[in-house]
Design a protein around this ligand. Structure first.
Ligand SMILES: Nc1ncnc2c1ncn2[C@@H]1O[C@H](COP(=O)(O)OP(=O)(O)O)[C@@H](O)[C@H]1O
Ligand SMILES: CC(C)(COP(=O)(O)O)[C@@H](O)C(=O)NCCC(=O)O
Ligand SMILES: [K+]
Length: 282
């Protein structure tokens, strides 16, 4: 059984599959990363281990992790999975190049390939398997990232902007009065859902509007520059943001629930096939 985990800066999304033929999750879910501690992870991993043994008469023998949390978390995670499941996890980084099963190429534009967030890379890997370039990938999580891939699979580049929570927390942290006002006027609700008459919602609605404005303008700009085949959106805030886009922009955007986990699956399958072919040729 293969366990795939996507450790973001807010949550860890996971999925279990028993084969490499195609995307077919047997179980999937998420854990809160803010409460990252050995005990909690032990409990969750043990629960997963037992349900695989009990319900599927199988065991977890392969663990793959996409991790953009800090180096310490990578190390702790590595040791912890080894202890709990008895498996050494694989934690890929962004590669210089990827080739899809159809032979389509994806080429990293960063001089130092591994400096590109592995979640961004894996989301593009999945998009390379699922669609034909040129395409764009938007991941609305802790940060909102945009990545654009040209005709020949070349990564043309992208953006990183703060996501909903980060926009709001930076205002609370770096101003003198916002936190105070938010605390001292807590129960008043605004009459509508986009213009606020209290601090808390002024910050919340502002962050949403900023993200929607960014997405509409960047998608519009992309369409002026190139004729994209698809724009794929993923991440914890993607559905909400998609729903707020104006209709002429929304029609271009496809939502995919767990693009990074899908990318991790394709990355693993491609590397497994390569290893098997190399072995056969040696
Ligand atoms: N059950 C949930 N727990 C936490 N965040 C959630 C949940 N459902 C939706 N979200 C939204 O998803 C965002 C995190 O998205 P996600 O893609 O998981 O981020 P990351 O990959 O950076 O950890 C949060 O900022 C929050 O607004
Ligand atoms: C941009 C990110 C913080 C996004 O992380 P997330 O929102 O998924 O938690 C992550 O992809 C990252 O740390 N990237 C490294 C820098 C880069 O991609 O240029
Ligand atoms: K993201």
């Amino acid at each position: 059984m293969i366990l795939l985990i996507d450790v973001g800066n807010t949550r860890s999304k996971w999925a279990l599959t028993d084969n490499t033929r195609g995307i077919n999750w047997l179980l999937s879910g998420y854990w809160d990363i803010q409460s990252f501690n050995q005990k909690l992870w032990s409990a969750q991993l043990n629960e997963l281990k037992h349900s695989v043994e009990r319900d599927h008469k199988d065991s977890i023998d392969t663990v793959l992790i996409s991790c953009v949390a800090g180096e310490d978390t990578r190390g702790v995670l590595n040791n912890h999975i080894k202890e709990t499941l008895g498996v050494s996890p694989e934690l890929p980084q962004a590669d210089a190049e990827y080739q899809s099963q159809r032979g389509a190429k994806l080429v990293n534009s960063y001089k130092v390939a591994a400096a590109l967030g592995v979640d961004r890379w894996l989301a593009m890997v999945a998009a390379t398997e699922l669609s034909i370039p040129p395409f764009a990938v938007i991941d609305a999580g802790t940060a909102i990232t945009l990545d654009v891939v040209g005709d020949n699979g070349e990564h043309l580049g992208g953006h990183i902007i703060p996501g909903q929570k980060l926009m709001q927390s930076s205002l609370l942290k770096d101003t003198g009065r916002i936190a105070w006002s938010a605390q001292h006027n807590p129960d008043s609700k605004s009459d509508n859902d986009w213009l606020a008459t209290n601090t808390q919602q002024a910050v919340e609605f502002g962050a949403l509007q900023a993200s929607v404005g960014y997405l509409e303008s960047v998608i519009d700009k992309l369409h002026h520059h190139m004729s994209l085949n698809s724009i794929i959106m993923t991440g914890g805030d993607a559905e909400q943001l998609c729903g707020l886009l104006n209709r002429s922009i929304k029609k271009y955007v496809k939502y995919q629930k767990d693009l990074v986990l899908q990318g991790l699956f394709y990355w693993y399958r491609t590397n497994l096939l390569k290893k098997t072919a190399d072995k056969a040729n040696s």
